[in-house]
Structures are given as structure tokens and as C-alpha cells.
Design a protein around this ligand. Structure first.
Ligand SMILES: Cc1ncc(COP(=O)(O)O)c(C=O)c1O
Length: 370
């Protein structure tokens, strides 16, 4: 194409990047505790904003990663063979049904890429994981949001009713981030029966390891044999590998193969593969840590309910304070006392379960701020 020298004749400038991205909110990471501590003149601040587990890396992980990085001048195994085989044995599924990625958030994006063309629809409950709208928009898909129920959970009947001919993917977050609410077996069974076979249902189970309610189904046990169901899991939370960026999915072999096609090559890094293998050998310790988180979750929920009775039951490693328009002010009050939480203005505040001391510090701030 040649450009006219007459400015009047030139086509309207479009800008270098897509104009629709202007309307897209940025993903907001939790605030840096080091920055806040410096600002407040404290030796340290407490970060309860990103749903990490507070007990440090699992035994053996640091050593395994250190050993692996001696080989960083080489590309990692692109097929992620050893890790996929270990995951397959651990979760009782065939390795060709597994794909790994740079965090499960990347896999959700790859699934969108593998299913949607521009104009297709991705359906999800709202408020839910803040990456979902970003994933839909960057794929060129249309977000269809179904409002949460009055008690902060997914409205599965309304979601099933919102499926159209353009729906390609439905994201179901169980337990839901940021509200902690969970879906039980009968309602999920009904929902899956109502969804057409050619719509992919992604069960995002990032917090599965913290679930204690026996009626909340394990997606792998309950639904992995359904060709249109994908289960997303992460090693960032219970397995303590948030900084290494590693998640995986279990899907029908054809879906898993499609994801492996669109994945950014080598995005499961050498360190992530080594760290994940070491973490997966620490099952007992993971169970012990999750039990600590769960006990603290129950204690924090009980204490918060004395201040704010409608705190919903959480099956994850965080609790939800439905503060509506008071969310930002509450979060600011916590930060002023050195505790970083995660506000969603207009809806509420999500607070990650930390160590007992961290939770005590938060509860004492909450008592004043509420
Ligand atoms: C519901 C949900 N899914 C997925 C993720 C992404 O986890 P990661 O990309 O670290 O595996 C998160 C992280 O906060 C989450 O809350």
C-alpha cells in the first residue's frame, strides 16, 4: 500500500494497538508489602491479597529448582513428558489428556484461543476471577456475564439460560474467586446436563485442595469423563509455586492436543517443571498445610461474622467481605495499619488466609475498621 501525501486523502489513523483494549481493566496484582512497609516505616507489612499459602516453598523445591537452573542455557522439554506422566499417575488420567502452562491463567487463555473466533461468546458468572474478562477480550470473544446470586455464588440456572448459538466456552469457578462460595454436586450435574455438547465447560478448580465440604465435587473424579468438560488446576496455591508459574488442565485428548498446539512454545519453563516434580512428591506436607489453612479459615470466618454477619462460607484459602461501596475505604484502613487486602470496589474485599499471627493482625484491624 502506498500512502497519499495529501493528509485529507489518508485513511483515519487507527493507532498502533487495538482501540478496544482501552476499555479493558488491567489485571491488578497484590500490592508489594516491601513498598508499603517502607511507606509506613514498618519493618514489614502483611500481604493477604493474592491467595498464596504463607508457609514458604515445600521441602525439596528450592534444591530441585537450583539444580535445574544449571541447565538454563538449554530449552526445557517442550513435551513436559516427566511432569505430565507424574500428574497423570497422581490424578489417575492418561497423560495425553494433560496440558501444562505458565500458570492456569495462561491455560484458560489458551482454551479461549482454541475454542473462540472473534464474536464468539465466553460465558461466566460475575463477580468471579478478574482474569476472565481480560482473557475473553484479548481473544476477541464477547464476554457474557451472569450476575452472582444474592448469596455471592454462581447462578447456574441463569448461566444455562444464557447459552446461545455463539457460546463456545463457559468458565465455572469452583470455589469461586473472590467470594469463596462453592457449587454442590446436584446443581453442577443439572447444569452440565443442560449445556450443549459442543460448548466447552471449564471447571476452574484453583482452590480445590482447600475444599472440605464433601458435597462439593472434585471435577476430576466427577466429570473428567465428559468430553466437553475441562478441569483447570494450579500449583500456585496449595502447592506453593505461585512464583514459578505452573498450572495444568485435564481435558478430552482432542481438546488437550488443541491447547498444546496454541500454547506459547516452551512456556512451561525448566524451573517450573523441576519445581513441580519436587512439589508433587510432598503430598503429605501439602495436606498438612491445607489443614492449617482450613482451621484458620474457620476461625477467621467466625470472628468476622461477629462484625459482618453475612460473610459467606468459604471453601478456599480466602474469605469474602461483602462490603459493597465500603470496600475501598476498608482496604485503605487495612493498608494504613500495614495489612494488604484485595478490594473490589462496589462489591467487597477478599482477604487471604495467612499464618495465625497474620490473621490476628488482620482481625484486629478489621475490628476497628468495621
Ligand atoms: C480462580 C483462579 N483461577 C486461576 C488462577 C490462576 O492461577 P495461576 O495462573 O497462578 O495458576 C487464579 C489465581 O488467582 C484463580 O484465582
Amino acid at each position: 500500500m502506498t500512502r497519499s501525501s495529501d493528509p485529507e486523502q489518508r485513511p483515519r489513523r487507527l493507532g498502533l494497538t487495538r482501540a478496544d483494549l482501552d476499555a479493558l481493566p488491567n489485571y491488578v496484582p497484590g500490592r508489594s508489602p516491601a513498598d508499603l512497609a517502607r511507606e509506613l516505616g514498618l519493618t514489614e507489612a502483611i500481604k493477604l491479597a493474592s491467595n498464596e499459602v504463607p508457609y514458604g516453598p515445600l521441602p525439596g523445591v528450592v534444591e530441585a529448582v537450583a539444580q535445574a537452573v544449571a541447565g538454563v542455557h538449554r530449552y526445557p522439554d517442550m513435551g513436559v513428558v516427566a511432569l505430565r506422566a507424574t500428574l497423570a499417575a497422581r490424578y489417575g488420567v492418561a497423560a495425553d489428556r494433560i496440558a501444562t502452562g505458565c500458570g492456569s491463567v495462561a491455560l484458560a487463555e489458551h482454551l479461549a484461543r482454541a475454542t473462540c473466533l472473534p464474536g464468539d461468546e465466553i460465558l461466566y458468572s460475575w463477580r468471579s476471577f478478574e482474569a476472565y474478562p481480560i482473557i475473553a477480550a484479548t481473544t476477541g470473544a464477547t464476554s457474557v456475564r451472569v450476575p452472582n446470586t444474592a448469596d455471592h455464588g454462581h447462578d447456574l440456572a441463569a448461566m444455562a439460560a444464557a447459552v446461545t448459538d455463539r457460546t463456545r466456552m463457559i468458565l465455572v469457578c469452583n470455589p469461586n474467586n473472590p467470594t469463596g462460595t462453592s457449587l454442590r454436586r446436584p446443581e453442577l450435574d443439572r447444569f452440565l446436563a443442560a449445556v450443549p455438547d459442543d460448548v466447552l465447560v471449564v471447571l476452574d478448580e484453583a482452590y480445590r485442595e482447600f475444599v472440605t465440604d464433601p458435597d462439593v465435587p472434585d471435577g476430576l473424579e466427577a466429570y473428567a469423563d465428559r468430553p466437553n468438560v475441562v478441569v483447570l488446576r494450579t500449583l500456585s496455591k496449595a502447592w506453593g509455586l505461585a512464583g514459578l508459574r505452573i498450572g495444568f488442565l485435564v481435558a478430552h485428548p482432542e481438546v488437550a492436543a488443541a491447547v498444546r498446539k496454541v500454547v506459547t512454545p516452551f512456556s512451561t519453563s525448566l524451573a517450573a517443571q523441576a519445581g513441580a516434580l519436587a512439589a508433587l512428591a510432598q503430598e503429605e506436607e501439602v495436606r498438612r498445610r491445607c489443614a492449617l489453612v482450613v482451621a484458620e479459615r474457620e476461625r477467621v470466618t467466625e470472628a468476622l461474622r461477629k462484625l459482618l454477619p453475612d460473610v459467606p462460607e468459604s471453601q478456599a484459602n480466602f474469605v469474602w467481605l461483602p462490603l459493597g461501596d465500603r470496600a475501598a475505604a476498608f482496604s485503605a484502613a487495612c493498608e494504613a495499619r500495614g495489612v494488604i487486602v484485595r478490594p473490589f470496589q462496589g462489591d467487597g474485599v477478599r482477604v487471604t488466609i495467612g499464618t495465625a499471627e497474620e490473621n490476628d493482625a488482620f482481625l484486629s484491624v478489621a475490628e476497628t475498621a468495621l
